[in-house]
Design a protein around this ligand. Sequence first.
Ligand code: UTP
Length: 447
Amino acid sequence: MNYAEAKKMLEGCGQEHVLAWWKKISKEEQKSLLAQIAKIEPKSLAYCQKALKAGTTAVDNSKGVAPKVAVLKGRKLAEAVEAGEKELKAGRVAALLVAGGQGSRLGYDGPKGCYSIGPITGAPLFYFHARKILARTIRYGRTIPFYVMTSEANNEATVRCFEENDYFGLNPDDVFFFTQGMWPGMTADGKIIMDAPGHVFMSPDGHGGLLAALKRSGALDDMKRRGIKSVFFFQVDNPLVEIADPAFIGYHVMEKSDYSLKLCAKRDPKEKVGMPMRFGDSFRMVEYTEMTDEQCNRRAKDGSLYFLYGSPAIHVFDRAFLEREAGKSMPLHLAFKKIPFVDAKGKVVKPSEPNGYKFEKFIFDVLPNARRAAFLAFDQKEEFSPVKNAEGSDSPATCKADMQAKWRRWLAEAGVSVKEGVPVEIDPAYALDAADIKSLGIALGAE
Ligand code: UTP
């Protein structure tokens, strides 16, 4: 795209201010600004402006009821595990990681997946994910292809992290990086925000950007070519996640589900997690901000919370469902944020109050489109401890403590007790679960 084309396109949608500093910026900046403009589609701008006009309208969730959530035990659990193992042995399972977020709460300068979390080795989050996939691949004798969604901002550093670590033992041919889309930030009146005279403020289009990105990148075609049926979805910040867990895969397949969700019991009525609710024949994720106090505190007959189960974003999708959804447009969610901007004199200002909007799509917005959905309960302490904040709850400190507590439980089951205060770390490719530890007959002598 050249200057004249960019000008014409921007004028056509009332955004000509994007070129206001053209003569003041360097040749290099001009080139990169044109490259940015070339990626902005007028159609997408109109979509964002429409979302701004509509604003955040309150949705009526009062008719929502709690979904049926399976708690698998005994024979039912064994059946699900068997069905899941069958899928894994047939090579019909893929792992899909969304790692395009900005991790602003953690405040780490780099892809969150590169953040050091190993209590002893300092290994990054990516290490724990990749090594689990490797372990399952070895256990079931079939490849689990690994699809990693990045953003334009962190793609290069993510790929470098994998390369520098020899893909953590995975075959590079089975790791597929793809990049999600970016939206420009806008003021309330629908004007693109410039965060430097030669630069448009852009932010990733949310984990829901996954669907379009899967299609655009050819990842969906790659899954089809490999004969993938079930796609295990997870987030980068949770090293406790049991990737491609056979019970979950098996339950999903047995239920002939399009979209299955692992859910865990809320620790308190006001916990900040989304809740899937049933509305007639379909389901919808209701965010904690959209629940009334009455809904948060409602009790079932046995005294437990009626809306007990929240979603930590651990899903299994049917590949054909992802294909169906990938071509559809998704709702946009607005986030009112502090966005740096260029003032009338060309100076960059860091606002102290929110001044502009970011736009995001959320993957769970496709839940109502699922012809069949399934919900499976799991124990939070075994599988969910995210790294969201730099300190306090859901921080590296709590996550490392939870990882070690889990490994200690495994060791205890194998009759190995580790003194309090002694750090513990287990390579997932060495032992994927307590049974592995037992069968290895470990005698650590750490008493
Ligand atoms: P979060 O909602 O925790 O957002 O993402 P974040 O960007 O990582 O962190 P904050 O809110 O800025 O502190 C949950 C998961 O969704 C991915 C993240 O990488 C993480 O795995 N994600 C989020 C994307 O892949 N793309 C996005 O645009 C947003």
